[in-house]
Unconditional design. Structure first.
Length: 174
């Protein structure tokens, strides 16, 4: 399999709603396997099509509970309940972690890579992964979910990195 380049903040593909997967074929299966290889290599626990430059509603993830990796097409979240607030990061914005509010429980409706409908309940860390990756296929990044103070700080850090200023001020942490 192949390690794909991960698109970084600022790449327009990360801000576009992805297209529904309509062809469930060998090319889709290969893309999912390449995405898994890329995710594990990064390392991460989830990856969405737009993050590797493919504007398709495909996600891969492994919540590291021993169930192994999963691959889903066309995920939709429903019945979001409760609240959790924990640090979250993103492979498309490497090295940044901020407290991010998410629902504690969600119902996921999607398709497997054969096109068969799949529905399951996700809670805790898995619910966070589902929300994060579904945001990606909808054109959102986790920094869009931050409170105003943390979002300003995230954008400051991103600007400093882009300008090559990161790490030049010892009083500021990245």
């Amino acid at each position: 399999m192949a390690i794909l380049p991960i698109r970084k903040h600022g790449d327009p593909v990360l801000r576009e709603p992805a297209q529904d997967v309509e062809r469930f074929d060998d090319a889709l299966a290969k893309l999912a396997e390449d995405m898994l290889d890329t995710m594990y290599d990064a390392p991460g626990v989830g990856l969405a099509g737009p993050q590797v430059g493919v504007s398709l509603r495909i996600i891969v993830f492994d919540d590291q509970t021993g169930d192994g990796p999963r691959r889903l097409a066309n995920p939709v979240l429903q019945d979001m309940e409760g609240e959790q607030d924990d640090d979250e990061g993103c492979l498309s914005i490497p090295g940044m972690y901020f407290p991010t509010k998410r629902s504690q429980r969600v119902r996921v409706k999607a398709q497997d890579l054969d096109g068969t409908p799949v529905t399951f309940e996700a809670e805790g860390f898995l619910a966070r992964i589902m929300q994060h990756e579904t945001d990606h296929v909808n054109g959102f990044l986790f920094i869009d979910r931050l409170d105003e103070r943390d979002r300003r700080e995230a954008m400051r850090q991103i600007r400093e990195r882009e300008l090559g200023l990161a790490g030049t001020d010892k009083n500021r942490s990245l």
